[in-house]
Design a protein around this ligand. Structure first.
Ligand SMILES: *[C@@H]1O[C@H](CO)[C@@H](O)[C@H](O)[C@H]1NC(C)=O
Length: 212
């Protein structure tokens, strides 16, 4: 009897609300690390639920945040990946066309991430070879129009990748051979790459390789 009663108490807790409050907290901490915060993020109000409170750029499904789409907002500062990692159903991150700069953040804590869009920022420097290792759900990565240098990380040349956009950077070295069964986009045009296009990639549009 006692156990049944305990179970009923546990189930009657407002689970949704608890989770939503945590998402609000995580997102507010994420926002605090940004500078130049866009006015549209003013509607991120900590006392409201990110999934029902119309938070700009926050997309939810069934009460869980599944995407953050913060594009064209002039955002800069730190991307607090630890806070984002608390959003346990986060599938898509898009920071297209902002002013983020510096080296590639460490995304590996975002185990559930499927799509990462960082095009049109000012990221620079070499990306560690294992930057995306262990991200088993990751299928789409766009780093186009940044200032990344050095070799294309091997962890991006994974057979599970579907779309990889690396055009308009300063990547150097060889184009990695990649098992391309799933691959629909692998754009490395306008970089400083050298050597042949691997056979497995010859099925892609030639405009994926120009300007090297
Ligand atoms: C690859 O990127 C270049 C430069 O951004 C673009 O002009 C070209 O159309 C792209 N090709 C494909 C197949 O996406």
């Amino acid at each position: 009897m006692f156990i049944v009663a305990m179970a009923m108490v546990a189930f009657s807790l407002p689970l949704r609300v608890v989770l939503a409050e945590n998402a609000a907290e995580s997102l507010m901490r994420f926002k605090t690390a940004l500078t130049n915060t866009d006015p549209s993020l003013a509607n991120w109000i900590p006392s409201t639920n990110p999934c029902t409170g119309n938070w700009a750029g926050v997309l939810c499904y069934n009460g869980y945040v599944w995407a953050l789409q913060l594009e064209n907002m002039g955002l800069q500062g730190q991307i607090d990946v630890d806070s984002l990692a608390e959003l346990s159903y986060l599938r898509t991150l898009s920071f297209i066309n902002n002013n983020f700069q510096g080296s590639m953040p460490n995304w590996r804590k975002l185990r559930t991430l499927m799509s990462l869009y960082l095009s049109d920022n000012h990221f620079s420097g070499q990306i560690p070879n294992d930057a995306f290792e262990g991200m088993e759900s990751l299928k789409k990565v766009y780093l186009s129009d940044n200032s990344f240098t050095g070799p294309i990380p091997e962890s991006l040349a994974s057979p599970r990748m579907v779309e990889v956009g690396l055009d308009n950077n300063h990547f150097s070295g060889a184009i990695p051979a990649i098992d391309s069964q799933n691959l629909q986009v692998f754009n490395v045009s306008n970089n400083d790459l050298q050597g042949p296009v691997p056979l497995s990639l010859l099925k892609l549009d030639p405009s994926s390789f120009t300007g090297n």
